[in-house]
Write a protein that binds this ligand. Structure first.
Ligand code: MLT
Length: 267
């Protein structure tokens, strides 16, 4: 893990630098309220590919910025991470769920850097008003009660039913990650997600090769919703992963990595 200064804030970034690499850098952007460890099965899976997997501001080992973050500010921070690391090659932006919301903003604000996108278990639509209200309530509650209730509420929605029933190592580790996430990062994350822009109208303008990946049992961003997104993206292709929920890269890494490897080889 490296600590780097990004817009005056200390970020922790996991890096795998390939000396033989001439292709794009693979930027792995985690979901909410997690950190880079959700990519642990991907970090060493792609030979000859440079990988950058940060903990977003406030999450994991990265510090919270002084002012509240947004999907826009996190997209700008990620561009600054690549600048600080002097990575000049083009980027394959791979984001899961909230990571995907940041990906739409990265495309809007830094599209000249992009070679392709991988959108995992994510959506383009903004929150309905009642969903946004629920997030405001969670933000208030986590500030007074701490992060544990967030873990117990979210975990059943993140994984496939079988993984929950078996309380797999991935379920247990993810529970520990959420319980360890700073309450203020969770509060700010919920508020930032609740006010994010609707990216639906942008989908038809994204002329980049795009791999969309969804777990067949994803209850948060469903296969049906992601199929609709793929249809709107000129170069979008959807892969559905069986026996996986919202955390497809963590739940079924062999299938996920194979899909990404084939996608990267085609670029
Ligand atoms: C995530 O996995 O990043 C969250 O489910 C995003 C969300 O709450 O919309």
């Amino acid at each position: 893990m490296q600590t780097i200064k990004v817009n005056q804030v200390d970020w922790q970034v996991e890096i795998r630098e390939s000396s033989e690499d001439t292709g794009p850098v693979l930027l792995l952007v985690h979901g909410f309220p997690l950190d880079h460890r959700m990519w642990r099965h991907q970090l060493d899976a792609f030979e000859n590919t440079t990988i950058v997997a940060p903990d977003l501001a406030g999450f994991g080992g990265s510090r919270l910025p002084k002012s509240p973050f947004s999907m826009e500010s996190l997209a700008d921070d990620l561009a600054a991470v690549l600048d600080t690391l002097e990575m000049k090659q083009s980027v394959v932006f791979c984001g899961l769920s909230m990571g995907g919301y940041i990906g739409w903003q990265f495309w809007r604000r830094h599209r000249e850097r992009l070679a392709a996108m991988i959108c995992c278990d994510t959506r383009a639509a903004a929150d309905a008003p009642e969903v946004a209200r629920g997030r405001e309530m969670m933000a208030a509650r986590v500030r007074s009660e701490g992060s544990a209730f967030v873990a117990s509420g979210m975990i059943p929605k993140l994984f496939a039913a079988r993984a929950i029933a078996d309380a797999t190592a991935e379920v247990q580790t993810t529970t520990t990650v959420i319980e360890g996430t700073k309450p203020e990062a969770i509060a700010q994350g919920q508020l930032a997600i609740s006010t994010r822009a609707d990216a639906t109208a942008w989908l038809s303008e994204i002329h980049l090769p795009t791999l969309l990946v969804v777990g067949a049992e994803d209850q948060i961003t469903t296969p049906e919703e992601m199929r609709g997104m793929a249809r709107q993206m000129p170069k979008g292709r959807l892969i559905q992963i069986e026996n996986a929920g919202h955390m497809a890269p963590l739940e079924q890494p062999a299938e996920f990595n194979q899909a990404v490897r084939a996608f990267l080889a085609e670029l």
